[in-house]
Structure formats: C-alpha cells, structure tokens
Design a protein around this ligand. Sequence first.
Ligand SMILES: CC(C)(COP(=O)(O)OP(=O)(O)OC[C@H]1O[C@@H](n2cnc3c(N)ncnc32)[C@H](O)[C@@H]1OP(=O)(O)O)[C@@H](O)C(=O)NCCC(=O)NCCS
Length: 168
Amino acid sequence: MIRLLKKILPETILNRIIIKRRDFRSSSWHFKKIASVGKGTTYEKGFKIYNGHKNIQIGNNVFLVDTLLNAGDDLGSITIGNSVTFGHRVMVLARGHEYKKNGKERQQAITEKPIRIEDDAWIGSGSILLAGIIIGKGSVVGAGSVVTKNIPPKCIYAGNPAKLIKKL
Ligand SMILES: CC(C)(COP(=O)(O)OP(=O)(O)OC[C@H]1O[C@@H](n2cnc3c(N)ncnc32)[C@H](O)[C@@H]1OP(=O)(O)O)[C@@H](O)C(=O)NCCC(=O)NCCS
C-alpha cells in the first residue's frame, strides 16, 4: 500500500499520512510489536514507539508508563534490562537527523546509535536520553534531565546536560 502511494503522492503529503497513521495506533499495538519483552513488564496509555519495534528488547518487570521510544530501523536499538522504572513522559531517542545537511536532505538523512539502560535503573519524569548512551546498573536520572553521555552504575545524574550529583 505504502509503496503504491509513494509512486503517486508527493513525499510531504505521504509523510503526513504515515505520521497520522502512527499516532492513531494505540499503546497496546506498539507494545505487542516489540521484538522481545520479559514477564511483568507494563505500560500505560500514551506509551509509544515511533520507530524500530524490531530493534527493541525489554527485560522483566519494567514500568514503561507513557514513555516514547524511538529506536531507529537500522543502526539504532534500545535495550532495557530488568526492573527498570520510568517516570512520566520520558523520551528515549536512538535516532536523529544529519545536521550538516539542509532541508529535505536533512529530513531524509537519518543518524542512529544504540541506547542501553541496565537493570534497576530509574529514569525520572520528563527526561530525554540521547543516542549512543548507556545508563549503568542501578543508576538514577533526575527528573527533567537530558542525558548526553554514559552514566556509570550506581550513581545519580541530573540536569541538562546530566551531571553526577551523588554516588549510591
Ligand atoms: C534525582 C533525585 C532522585 C535526587 O533526589 P535527592 O537525593 O533527594 O536530591 P537532593 O535534593 O539531595 O539534591 C542534590 C542536588 O541535586 C540537585 N538536583 C536534584 N534533582 C535534580 C534534578 N532533577 N535536576 C537537576 N538538579 C537536581 C539539587 O538541586 C541539589 O543540588 P545542590 O547540591 O546544588 O543543592 C530527585 O531530585 C528526582 O529528580 N527524582 C525524580 C522524581 C520523578 O521523576 N518522579 C516520577 C515518578 S517515578
């Protein structure tokens, strides 16, 4: 269907249709499409995967609540360990655009890097995790943080960009 539309519709209109279709799909649809999910893992209304259901692995007893996951379709992936807790409205973004290009080229040039969140981590509400980072086992990300670099195990990081505030 999409292949046929690609032949007959201008790209901007097609993109709008694709994005609307994605938005209408419910959280349960997204959850069921994840490549691998462990036991006891739960989600809530608002949970969404923007790209790359097949590149997402989630362990046991994870509270996903209304998190947005964008894993990417190629080099990107999102791996979440066991007993990870998400606050509200967290965004995990393994995908971006090639900013050295402009206009339509920038829109189409995708960059992707894997993200890994290890066992027992807690990601505070409103945080944004950027491509290529690892959140170490048992670590905490303060509410509203932007994580641009790896966080070692057993630490609290917070702020924009997230910095060490405490060791656990
Ligand atoms: C990160 C957090 C757990 C730390 O709690 P805490 O140990 O009681 O932290 P403190 O109050 O001792 O703060 C230590 C320092 O970090 C700063 N800090 C704490 N949380 C911060 C945050 N989210 N962003 C930026 N700085 C933060 C404090 O201002 C303080 O700075 P100072 O030393 O310069 O005064 C907590 O602040 C937080 O963000 N919790 C997340 C809550 C949440 O998302 N709940 C949703 C339900 S799951």
